[in-house]
Design a binder for this molecule. Structure first.
Ligand code: PBG
Length: 320
């Protein structure tokens, strides 16, 4: 057979395949989420195997030591407050578990980057990502509260504040609020493209953040809108985001690629709770090999353009 170009030649051995590998994946590319609760001695997986860990600050200290040693990229912290309230007051008290958590992380793993979620869904009884007035999620009042939240987290040592609420104008507002408080060193990782997605189910159980009425479609994005996604992205760059995030990851690989080409700002993708759960469920049903499917999904997300992936698998990777 006359085949002038044979691509199989470069795939013959493991060392050749390694030599020509185009996409690397190592623990430093991965950030592990934790759900931080009040109290002591808590370290529990919300449902076995799903990678959603609720931890108290002291136990987080143990976790991050291991993560840092294993070379993980960082931790993403979500607060689970003891009490919910809907007026945006008493934030410092609601955020107390995160204050303790940031102290622990800085003490135990000073070099490990900390990313902290900025959103109201876990802090309000209605479970929406902003304040609600007359049944409507109000934008500008919400942004004021989110800015207060970012400033507190910045003061407590967060390296990155990560607005995931999808209100308009929040990146600029957070930047201004942080700078006014002398928190120039605090970076903003903005959830720039966040779909109103069914894949957040398991997360809402871990964060106690499911909306009690309606849904999130008046602020999160419709999955079908590619041009709108680009507008979201470019706006956040203009407003001063230091890094951008796209989520869910696997159903938006094209948008990740678009994002990579539209801007040089560092890009994150979030392999969300439902994506991880799908892989786990399929593996549990004997339909696929979990580790291999996970590797393939993460490599594909990196190939699509993500510098960093927030994934419930980061912990396992760093410990391998
Ligand atoms: C908070 C937030 C959510 C996720 C990250 N930040 C949930 C939501 O918007 O309902 C989802 C992450 C996951 O599913 O793993 N707004």
């Amino acid at each position: 057979m006359n085949v002038p170009v044979r691509l199989r030649r470069l795939r013959q051995t493991p060392s050749l395949r390694a030599l020509f590998n185009e996409t690397s994946l190592s623990p430093r590319h991965l950030v592990q989420p934790y759900f931080v609760v009040a109290g002591k001695g808590v370290r529990q997986e919300v449902r076995p195997g799903l990678g959603l860990w609720q931890v108290s600050a002291d136990m987080l200290g143990e976790e991050v030591g291991a993560l840092e040693k294993g070379g993980a990229g960082g931790v993403m912290l979500f607060g689970v407050p003891e009490h919910k309230r809907d007026d945006g007051q008493g934030l410092a008290q609601q955020l107390a578990p995160l204050e303790a958590a940031l102290g622990e992380v800085k003490a135990r793993a000073p070099e490990l980057p900390t990313f902290v979620d900025v959103c109201l869904c876990a802090y309000t009884t209605h479970g929406h990502c902003g304040l609600v007035k007359d049944g409507v999620v109000v934008n500008d009042e919400s942004v004021r509260v989110l800015s207060d939240m970012a400033v507190l987290l910045g003061k407590w040592g967060a390296d990155f504040v990560c607005p995931s609420d999808m209100m308009d104008g929040r990146v600029a507002a957070l930047r201004r609020a942080l700078d006014e408080q002398g928190l120039q060193r605090v970076s903003i990782l903005s959830y720039a493209i966040k779909m109103a997605s069914a894949f957040y189910g398991p997360f809402r159980e871990a964060a106690h953040s499911a909306p009690s009425f309606g849904d999130r479609r008046s602020y999160q994005m419709p999955a079908g809108n590619r041009r709108e996604a680009r507008r979201e992205l470019l706006l956040d760059v203009q407003e001063g985001a230091d890094a951008l995030l796209v989520k869910p990851a696997m159903s938006n690989l094209d948008l990740l690629r678009d994002a990579r080409e539209a801007t040089d700002v560092p890009l994150f993708a979030y392999q969300v709770s439902g994506e991880y759960a799908m892989l786990r469920a399929a593996a549990d049903a004997g339909l696929l090999d979990f580790d291999r499917a996970l590797d393939e999904s993460l490599v594909s997300i990196r190939r699509a353009g993500a510098d960093v992936i927030v994934s419930y698998a980061a912990r396992a990777y760093a410990r391998r």
